[in-house]
Design a protein around this ligand. Structure first.
Ligand SMILES: Cc1cc2nc3c(=O)[nH]c(=O)nc-3n(C[C@H](O)[C@H](O)[C@H](O)COP(=O)(O)OP(=O)(O)OC[C@H]3O[C@@H](n4cnc5c(N)ncnc54)[C@H](O)[C@@H]3O)c2cc1C
Length: 413
């Protein structure tokens, strides 16, 4: 039966939800305070990560933890002032990263990521966005023999367990394949399944254009004006008040601003990240992750985008330039890095949950309230697949994967 639904948030996850609901014949209004794809879904490394079959655990090896705790690695940095707020979240994340719990979480997570590229494929061609996407995969460059050995071991495990494809390259093979490199890596793992998008925000915008072309309505407004009414939900938009029987919260790192006042205290937190574009005379042929440093170098339409690892800080705390400065030094050691394109770095926040899985499904205590957020490091990848799962649950049809591991109810005692 056709229902009216308001989707709050037009990042990759909101647009993915809106498109799937529209395809099922529902009357869909998509709302954002900005134009689609201008926040986290704009600022990422642009990878559609079919290889990301296991989520990021909190390191449990003492050496790695020590490096992170004292800011010795460029992959993770901290705002010490945020720690009193973040410690309960990090403690829960630590527990979820125990080998036994993590094995189960990874199995569950892999069922969703298995559909990453296939769920984007049809939309990319229908949206006429083929020019934004390259099927190159991406490479990991290792600086040390020990980390390369570990990287290869992990690649073989992903291949044997999940069927993910990769190629190993030694130092010479990597230098030959990537002439822009000025640095010798010890070796490389080339994940061949992922896709690389050279303007992630533009892909979201193309999907949103397709949504409107196919009959969806797009508007601007503040999601926090949402109110429950006798018939369903009402929100104030630039086009006046709008009503619907159902509402989907797809607000990424801002989801908590809406759901907490409604009484949902989910274990959410953010891992912030920076990017900046740089001019280069010679571009990389595909994205390269400097694996020992957690620094990604991604060729984009706007230049070479350097993206950083995780900054554990409060979402709205002022930017701290430390991590990007470290990343810039690493990039300058890796290739001939030119001047920055923008006057200041971009800062965004990965929307995370303590059990590393997104929250997808019906809210426990409000009729017609749906959640789709918390996709952490892979929301750009997972928007279409998690939109399908949400739409399956919304319609009461047989879900295309088991929805229980992603249910909002999993956090209820
Ligand atoms: C540095 C970095 C690199 C990354 N690299 C990758 C990658 O290569 N591949 C990958 O898959 N993922 C990557 N990610 C993660 C990915 O970007 C996120 O998981 C994803 O973008 C989350 O999408 P979203 O739609 O949930 O959130 P968003 O894209 O942030 O969308 C939320 C929307 O809600 C809107 N909104 C918020 N509050 C309100 C309000 N009150 N009223 C109205 N609208 C509101 C915002 O304007 C925004 O458009 C990376 C993240 C970072 C930070």
């Amino acid at each position: 039966m056709k229902r009216s639904v308001i989707v709050l948030g037009a990042g990759m996850v909101g647009v993915g939800s809106a498109l799937h609901l529209l395809e099922r014949g529902h009357d869909v209004l998509l709302l954002d305070r900005k134009t689609p794809g201008r926040e986290t879904s704009y600022g990422n490394a642009g990878l559609i990560q079919r290889e990301a079959v296991e989520p990021y655990p909190l390191p449990r090896e003492t050496g790695e933890l020590f490096q992170h705790a004292f800011g010795l690695s460029a992959a993770v940095s901290y705002h010490w002032r945020a720690m009193p707020t973040l410690i309960p979240r990090l403690a829960a994340y630590w527990c979820a990263s125990s080998p036994k719990r993590y094995a189960r979480i990874a199995r569950e997570w892999s069922t969703l990521i298995a559909h990453a590229t296939s769920e984007h494929a049809d939309w990319i061609s229908r949206a006429g966005a083929q020019g934004l996407v390259k099927h190159t995969g991406f490479r990991l460059g290792f600086s040390h023999a020990t980390s390369y050995a570990k990287g290869l071991e992990k690649a073989r495990h992903f291949h044997d367990t999940y069927g993910v494809q990769f190629q190993a390259l030694d130092s010479d093979a990597l230098s030959a394949a990537e002439p822009a490199l000025t640095r010798r890596f010890v070796g490389s793992v080339h994940w061949t399944d992922p896709w690389a998008v050279n303007d992630p925000g533009a892909l979201v915008a193309r999907y949103a254009d397709m949504f409107v072309r196919e009959g969806g309505r797009l508007t601007t407004g503040d999601a926090t004006t949402l109110r429950q009414t006798a018939k369903g939900w009402q929100i104030i938009t630039a086009d006046g008040p709008q009503e619907a029987s159902d509402v989907v919260v797809a607000l990424g790192p801002w989801a908590d601003d809406l759901i907490r006042p409604l009484g949902y205290h989910l274990p959410l937190f953010v891992k912030r990240g920076y990017h900046r574009h740089y001019k280069v005379d010679r571009q990389l042929t595909m994205p390269l992750l400097c694996a020992d440093d957690g620094v990604m170098l991604a060729p984009m339409a706007a230049g070479l985008r350097i993206t950083t690892g995780a900054e554990l800080a409060l979402r709205d705390a002022p930017p701290s330039p430390v991590q990007l400065a470290k990343a810039e030094k690493i990039a300058a050691r890796t290739l001939a890095l030119g001047a920055p394109v923008e006057p200041a770095p971009w800062l965004g926040a990965r929307p995370c949950t303590t059990d590393m899985k997104p929250v997808i499904g019906a809210a426990a205590h409000h009729r017609g309230l749906w959640f789709n957020f918390g996709h952490a490091h892979q929301g750009f990848t997972l928007g279409p697949a998690s939109g399908r799962l949400l739409a399956d649950l919304f319609d009461g049809s047989t879900p295309f994967i088991d929805p229980v591991p992603f249910s909002p109810r999993r956090f209820e005692a």
